[in-house]
Design a protein around this ligand. Structure first.
Ligand code: PMV
Length: 317
């Protein structure tokens, strides 16, 4: 019988996909239709601490505030814990903190499930391989499979039905000058979460049929850009990939448009800056906020154009 340690604590970074994950081939296991590629956000992410429940009751805290046991957050998190406990009576207290500034408008489910996976591995002394941990994290949230690693990470689609070959793999390459700027357009819960959004897109948008081809081509281009340190190719590919994903969402019924007028204004500002010769690109997930891609030499100019953005250096020691 496995016992639990007195305490376990782990951190995992958030990540931004340059080639997006959009569409599941298995909704239970979160197996993707396409492979994706991200960059992890260094120190921005989630820290999760587990302690045995002295009161014999599973309890969950988020940023210091206890969550109702029947809240969607607690239920999803504890269902994930149960994958690891597998029926054993090991009641737990889960404390999760996100250091992602709420002002950045960045989702924290990827770093949250990755940190929880690492903490559970320690707590139950499982000593699982990183690839296995990543496959487990994937079952909490698809993009969490990429948050198990730092730097550039590819999440392979895999071919197996059990999904054990669908996990993150860290790329050896590093890009010290790369910067990510988090532009907050709006905060607050999104109307349609990524799970429901993917389902709707696949079921109703004929345009979705082009998505796996787009993603495969973009993945190849991103590897080329990373291998040759071609920033224009990296930025262009990431921006076109994000817009292609959003095109499939917009082509769904009922239409799925995550943008606000401020999102569009920010896109147009990026395009205007590029017209003036500044190498800045954007990517967007299933929400209204932009993530800017640029290099260290251009940081001052980008910050002047977008005052108050949070800038992350993914490869700075
Ligand atoms: O990890 P999920 O299930 O919340 O899906 C993430 C989907 C996108 O953020 C839109 C794209 C991605 O690859 O992160």
């Amino acid at each position: 019988v496995l016992a639990a340690r007195d305490e376990a604590e782990a951190f995992a970074p958030s990540n931004i996909a340059l080639c997006k994950y959009w569409g599941k081939r298995d909704a239970e296991l979160n197996l993707p239709i396409n492979a994706s590629l991200s960059v992890s956000l260094a120190h921005l992410g989630s820290r999760t601490r587990l302690t045995p429940a002295g009161d014999d009751t599973d309890r969950v805290w988020l940023n210091g505030t206890e969550q109702a046991p029947d809240s969607a957050f607690s239920r999803k998190l504890l269902a994930f814990v149960e994958l690891f406990r597998a029926g054993r009576a090991l009641p737990v207290h889960v404390h999760t903190r996100n250091n992602i500034p709420t002002a950045a408008g960045l989702a924290s489910s990827a770093s949250g499930f990755a940190a929880l996976t690492l903490a559970l591995d320690q707590w139950l002394d499982l000593q699982l391989e990183p690839a296995v941990l990543s496959a487990f994290a994937r079952m909490g949230s698809g993009s969490a499979s990429r948050s198990l690693f730092e730097g550039f990470v590819q999440w392979d689609d895999g071919v197996r039905d059990d999904g054990m070959d669908s996990h993150g793999v860290r790329l050896a390459a590093s890009w010290p000058a790369l910067r990510i700027g988090l532009v907050k357009v709006a905060t607050g819960e999104k109307a349609v979460d990524s799970r429901a959004g993917m389902k709707r897109t696949i079921e109703t948008a004929h345009l979705y049929q082009s998505w796996p081809l787009q993603a495969a081509a973009d993945l190849t281009r991103l590897h080329q850009a990373i291998d040759t340190k071609d920033f224009a190719l990296l930025g262009q590919t990431a921006e076109q990939n994000a817009l292609s994903m959003h095109a499939t969402m917009i082509a769904s019924w009922p239409p799925l448009l995550y943008w606000t007028p401020d999102s569009v204004a920010a896109m147009q500002q990026v395009w205007a800056l590029r017209q003036q010769g500044l190498e800045v690109y954007f990517t967007m997930d299933a929400g209204p906020n932009l993530k800017l891609l640029f290099e260290a030499d251009d940081q001052a100019q980008v910050e002047q154009a977008f005052p108050g953005i949070e800038v992350v250096a993914p490869f700075r020691a």
